[in-house]
Write a protein that binds this ligand. Sequence first.
Ligand SMILES: C[S@@+](CC[C@H](N)C(=O)[O-])C[C@H]1O[C@@H](n2cnc3c(N)ncnc32)[C@H](O)[C@@H]1O
Length: 296
Amino acid sequence: MYPSDGSQGRQLMILEGSVEQTLAQLPKEQKFQLIYCDPPFYSRKVQVADRAAFSDRWPSLDEYLQSMAATVRAMAVRVAPNGYFALHCDHHASHYLKVMGDRIFGYENFRNEIVWHYKGRRQPAVQRVNSKHDVILVWARSSLSRMAPLAEEVNREAYIKMKRKRVFTDENGREWIWGHNGRGRSHAYRIFIDDVVKRGLPIDDVWDIPIIGITSKERLGFPTQKPLALLLRLVELLTSPGDWIADFMAGSGTLGEAGLKLNCNVVLGDRNAEAIRVMKMRLEGYVDQLRLESAD
Ligand SMILES: C[S@@+](CC[C@H](N)C(=O)[O-])C[C@H]1O[C@@H](n2cnc3c(N)ncnc32)[C@H](O)[C@@H]1O
């Protein structure tokens, strides 16, 4: 439970019910370092896959946004003072949801619009070009929230190509380029290329991560299942081992798997009985303590 009970992580609680029902089951003082929310996107379709389906049909955009605002407000009070709220959405409503979230968390607490870019089948443009990204809007609960300084691998050739600068070699045979420190200070310090390759490059807000392939073992037959690699990176960025994290619209439980792999404690919920069945099956092997409860 939050505040920490000294546990080392890998506890899991799965609750069946709406977000409001699930929250009502948790102790009032329980807060989370990260609440991830991957709701219906206002696609105006019924989302169907082999093992489950859920409706994303709404009478109007206004009703969708009213429902989202009530749900996000209920979750917001459960984010720890140094925690984060991450809202996964796409072009159908992302711009409206950004404004909605700013009203709840405060404009000054908005941290990132993470673009998850993926490849897939493309059609020639007629009225619009292919949409190949989702966004994850991230708000901090306050100025106390801190991210982990994640870096991604880069090799010598890719780094040199990206920098497009002259490469020098020093007296010890180490390659370096000039680093610059603002306008007019382009020869401010040396960047040693072997250091960059060793450390990696700090990540930015565009994440190229493949979607789950049709024949991938990761695919569980749940509609709109997100790749584990995407949520591993998000959890690693926003939490530390032993933290409590939650996803109250958890679908197949991808956030749960990411959290347990990174030694977090996890609360998952969903109002769809099939989702609960799929996530239970998925996560059984991971945990030391599995609590299955039903909110009604
Ligand atoms: C986009 S899916 C989540 C997919 C998930 N991130 C994954 O990787 O499998 C959205 C889920 O939200 C659930 N849901 C929608 N509205 C809900 C609500 N008000 N309370 C609880 N669950 C809800 C749906 O049943 C569905 O499983």
